[in-house]
Design a binder for this molecule. Structure first.
Ligand SMILES: [Ca+2]
Length: 210
């Protein structure tokens, strides 16, 4: 009896501890990032790899930025997470530390996210999940970030980020992009576990009353 009750409570606690953590993408084994637009400069201090290096400060080596911005030909960044990863949110960091000068107009004001699993490959997006469109109302600094909450768990290897707007500047940039990884090893099917836990608890209580 005591063992059953303990098992039930343990099941409940695991279900409740459904956790996620922000992850710098380059901490994932085999992860990489690339830009797929002529506006994305390849010179060292504006490289897309600066988006996943953990640095969100004002230094040139912290940033990625384009050499121009044209919403008709928006820059595209594709993250390869190295393997299918389950996540529930994406973070886009700001570009410039001083919001009161013109450079802050170069921070991202809108973007879209598309996903592809390892099986789907890096060039075919939108099969498993719908595109997510985000509009950012206010400018934000380099170390600040905007969170795109997926509203669901998404499992994918590739994330395609299309930057569709800035705040009126001549270029567009960001210091970092992160994902919120859901720890699927710790959190198996919460609904099934909760039901199992409640069922087991009910069984114990019924037997105690008898
Ligand atoms: Ca960075």
């Amino acid at each position: 009896m005591k063992t059953k009750l303990l098992t039930s409570l343990l099941s409940l606690s695991f279900a409740i501890s459904a956790s996620a953590a922000w992850t710098t993408i380059d901490n994932l084994p085999g992860a990489s990032v690339d830009g797929t637009n002529a506006q994305t400069s390849s010179s060292t201090d504006v490289d897309t790899s600066n988006l996943i290096d953990g640095g969100t400060g004002t230094g040139a080596s912290d940033k990625w930025y384009t050499t121009a911005f044209d919403s008709a030909a928006p820059p595209v960044i594709i993250f390869d997470l190295g393997a299918d990863i389950t996540m529930d949110a994406f973070a886009v960091y700001g570009y410039h530390g001083n919001l009161n000068n013109g450079a802050s107009n170069n921070t991202i004001s809108s973007f879209t996210l598309e996903f592809a699993t390892a099986a789907e490959g890096s060039t075919t997006f939108g099969q498993s999940y719908s595109k997510i469109d985000e509009t950012i109302d206010a400018k934000f600094k380099n170390s600040e970030f905007y969170t795109s909450d997926y509203g669901q768990d998404i499992t994918a290897r590739y994330i395609k980020v299309t930057i569709t707007g800035n705040f009126g500047g001549d270029i567009v940039g960001s210091t970092e992009m992160n994902i919120n990884v859901v720890d699927t090893d710790v959190v198996p099917e919460p609904s099934a576990l909760t039901l199992l836990g409640l069922g087991g608890l009910g069984l114990v209580l019924r037997r105690r009353r008898a």
